[in-house]
Design a protein around this ligand. Structure first.
Ligand SMILES: [Zn+2]
Length: 225
């Protein structure tokens, strides 16, 4: 649906180059990211995105590769849908042009850690994943949680960019350590998804759309007056 409407997914490197003003991207470019890296990313997302020729980025919990997501649900090693991708499976994504980046070591709220534990999460996950990707220097904060101290430490630990879950668009003047993203859920209808993308909001409801259009009309009238 997004492809039919002219949207094009770009790769992480292209996005960062665009952000730094070193490259241009076509209108309606966007970035696809997956946090945690459940097996469903490989089983369901990769085939569709490969058909479109669209790359994506997966943010991995570096000490839980190939294991159940123990921070969010009861461990069940037999249930593939609850398991995170392992190193070999991540290799398949890499071969398809995907980026593999950091989501910390154990999926903990970084704002609650002391400096030593925070450093271990930030630097340790880079080291853990270094064998999978040539440069692990982009982070997605677990639960999107970050503050000034976490952002400073992340920069010092070698991250050149980090993603929050604050909704909105990223312009070139965006804080590299607090990049915005939209939440996309399996329950989103295609229409709701398109509205989210058009408006830069997590609320894909029609009411929001109408309000937005009303504001735009009012803004134009104001300018005209
Ligand atoms: Zn997560």
């Amino acid at each position: 649906m997004l492809s039919r409407h002219g949207y094009r997914a770009c790769g992480l490197t292209d996005f960062l180059d665009w952000l730094d003003g070193r490259a241009e991207l076509p209108q309606d470019s966007f970035l696809i990211t997956f946090d945690d890296g459940f097996c469903g990313v490989l089983d369901h997302a990769l085939p569709v995105l490969s058909r479109l020729g669209w790359p994506a980025t997966v943010f991995m919990v570096s000490q839980r590769l190939g294991q159940p997501a123990d921070w969010s649900m009861a461990p069940d090693a037999e249930d593939r849908s609850r398991r995170l991708l392992d190193a070999a499976e991540l290799g398949t994504l890499r071969d398809a042009g995907w980026a593999v980046q950091s989501h910390g070591r154990r999926h903990v709220d970084l704002t609650e850690l002391d400096d030593e534990a925070l450093n271990d999460e930030l630097r340790g996950s880079r080291a853990d994943l270094a064998t999978l990707d040539e440069a692990v220097d982009v982070l997605a904060y677990p639960y999107g949680r970050h503050d000034d101290r976490v952002m400073t430490r992340a920069r010092q630990a070698g991250y050149r960019a980090a993603f929050s879950v604050q909704p909105g668009f990223n312009r070139r003047d965006a804080d590299r350590l607090a990049l915005r993203r939209l939440d996309v859920f399996g329950s989103d209808s295609p229409t709701a998804l398109r509205r989210k993308l058009a408006l830069g909001t997590n609320d894909g409801s029609l009411v929001k759309q109408l309000r937005y259009q009303a504001r735009r009309v009012l803004a134009r009238l104001h300018v005209a007056a």
